[in-house]
Design a protein around this ligand. Sequence first.
Ligand code: DGY
Length: 325
Amino acid sequence: MDITSKHKVYVTRKIPEPGPSILKKHFQINMNPGVDVLKKETLFENVRDVDALLCMLGDNIDAKVMDAAGPNLKVISCYSVGYDHVDIYEAAKRKIIVTNTPNVLANATADLTFSLILTAARNIVNADRHVRNGNWKFGWTPDLFLGYDVHGSTLGIIGLGEIGTLVAKRARGFDMQVIYYSKTRKRKMESQLDITFVPLEELLRRSDFVSIHVSLNKDSFHMIDESKIKLMKKTAFIINTSRGKVINEQHLINALRNKVIAGAGLDVYESEPISRSNPLTQLPQTILLPHIGSATFMTRSKMAEVAANNIVNFFNGRGIVHKIN
Ligand code: DGY
């Protein structure tokens, strides 16, 4: 397909440079200047007659949005690696290409995973609050904020894709023993990274830290529920930087309340944003982040570049590199 400046692109929320500049060079672009998810009716209105849609998490791009856009819509570019907010089957039926932004955000997300591991294990947030709230009364104390060792412990990685692999690499620096579970066994990675494949149940039994790196789909939905959490050590932590719905959140809350495991470091939730009344916010053994795995200046800018170029490449026929469906 030839690129023409007549192609219309709608961007559902403000993205950083160079995304807007790349798109403006080639298309008529309309970008929501805000960062909040648009009301459904506004989204319907704004996507009318567009040739391409650049969307992101929280947008819920379903058949109704595709209907509202009309027959010109040819490409949906996700400003994310995850694409569970797009009905990819509906898109495929309509021959709409869906793309994402892999590679560029894996390192930032692996870094954040490690911060969650360290923060949860060493009580960092509670200790910081203790100091700020003026509760630090006795200087150095033998039992103040005792935590768990990260070095030398066992890390269980569920899902050995890009991010899981980079988490495994970081774990070597901490002399951790790394075991992993993945739908398909990655033998080459096992020798490269000195990691061991184990069945999911064994991983849960043996790990001191269980870190989740699978994408959300019907197989991974509530993959971690009460029966799985029960297998974990009482001293173990669960870390999730993938998608909230991989864990049955109510089961996790029950397990934390009953001290079945030691704690959780979460960047993602079943429903986002979580409400202030979500019991997770009341538990001292949780670290709760607002879905910021990829939130570094550099990474978000690279994501914007890739998401914009995915649209450009589609229309100039250079071939879609990051095609999902
Ligand atoms: C993704 O890209 O899917 C992350 O969850 C947000 O950057």
